[in-house]
Design a protein. Structure first.
Length: 355
């Protein structure tokens, strides 16, 4: 569909789209990758065309006319309507600069097409006076129009029309040959779009889970620090308990001494009782012995009371020590559980980061 008399005057690369003929709203990608889009000029026919070829088929074959308009719809996307092809073409560029260059070249080519058309009309009027006849008169002419309605008419000879018809037949053949692969590319394109959407949703969900796990990890760390402080307090209390244990040991030693003293006094009482029978003959010695016996019994009662109080104090100290030991054991078990949960959470975060 390119003749040897056509020469490229500007080329760029862009993703090519065509409007959906059913909805007239949605864009259909015409290629899987970016294609070369070029402006061509036919010096013999004085015609400008935009052409892009994908494989063996023409993706774009648009003749530029003065009434065409290239519209920038975004920073990297532009479009124009071609009524001859009954479609709207869209181009997606890699940068705003490429879009601006293409739009400027479109405007230049459009102006050149307008000047060429005016020059062609002036030349036709000079060489064919019959064209000056009023428009309501119909005259036979060997010149016919090959353009569709709604556009400026570009007149060509019948031989040119035959060539255009041949080019159209070749283009239709190539389009029919490439229709299957185009459908496959379109299905693959939309499949990739769907997979991309799913991956983005999964990424957002993973980020939300990571944020939640980080908050939970911070809470666990704070709770662990609190438990450590509690253990430190209990250990400091344990040092005080060690001093109380020393006091208990001293008290136990005192109790043992008191028991030995009581035992010695009991032996002395027994000795006095065994000797009092022989000594009661003297009344004075008897009274003295009875008084001494009463004093020993009072002393014995006092020692027994002190022994009872010491045993009671020792029992209370042992109970308090057992209670504190149970509390420390419980706190240690809670810390073990929290440390185990913390290690599992870190392993989960590590696996998530690796994935």
């Amino acid at each position: 569909f390119l003749s040897c008399r056509e020469q490229p005057i500007f080329s760029t690369r862009a993703h090519v789209f065509q409007i959906d003929p059913a909805t007239k709203r949605n864009w259909i990608p015409a290629s899987k990758h970016a294609l070369t889009v070029s402006y061509f000029y036919d010096a013999t026919r004085n015609v400008y065309r935009i052409i892009s070829v994908g494989g063996t088929k023409a993706i774009i074959n648009s003749t530029i006319t003065p009434n065409m308009t290239f519209t920038k719809t975004s920073q990297k996307f532009g479009q124009w309507a071609d009524s001859r092809a009954n479609t709207v073409y869209g181009l997606g560029f890699a940068s705003e600069q490429h879009l601006s260059q293409f739009a400027e070249k479109f405007q230049e080519v459009k102006e050149a097409a307008r000047l060429a058309r005016e020059k062609s009309q002036d030349k036709t009027e000079l060489t064919n006076p019959a064209l000056s006849i009023p428009s309501h008169q119909v005259l036979p002419s060997p010149i016919i129009s090959s353009n569709g309605p709604g556009e400026d008419k570009l007149f060509r000879s019948q031989s040119a029309d035959v060539e255009i018809t041949t080019e159209k037949e070749r283009l239709k053949k190539m389009l029919s040959e490439g229709s299957v692969s185009e459908v496959q590319w379109e299905a693959e394109f939309f499949s990739l779009q769907d997979n991309n959407t799913k991956l983005v949703a999964a990424l957002h969900e993973a980020n939300a889970n990571v944020d939640q796990w980080k908050k939970q990890l911070t809470a666990y760390q704070e709770e662990t620090e609190t438990l450590r402080q509690r253990v430190a307090e209990l250990e400091s209390q344990g040092t005080h308990d060690s001093s109380s244990e020393n006091n208990k040991e001293e008290l136990s030693q005192t109790l043992e001494e008191l028991e030995l003293l009581i035992k010695a006094k009991d032996e002395e009482i027994q000795l006095l009782k065994s000797q009092k029978c022989g000594r009661w003959e003297a009344e004075g010695e008897r009274e003295e012995t009875l008084q001494k016996l009463q004093e020993l019994e009072a002393r014995n009662a006092e020692l027994e009371q002190r022994l009872h109080l010491a045993e009671q104090t020792l029992a209370e100290s042992l109970a308090e020590r057992e209670k504190m030991h149970n509390e420390v054991t419980k706190v240690a078990e809670i810390m073990d559980v929290k440390i185990f949960e913390l290690s599992e959470l870190r392993q989960g975060l590590a696996k998530l980061v690796e994935s």
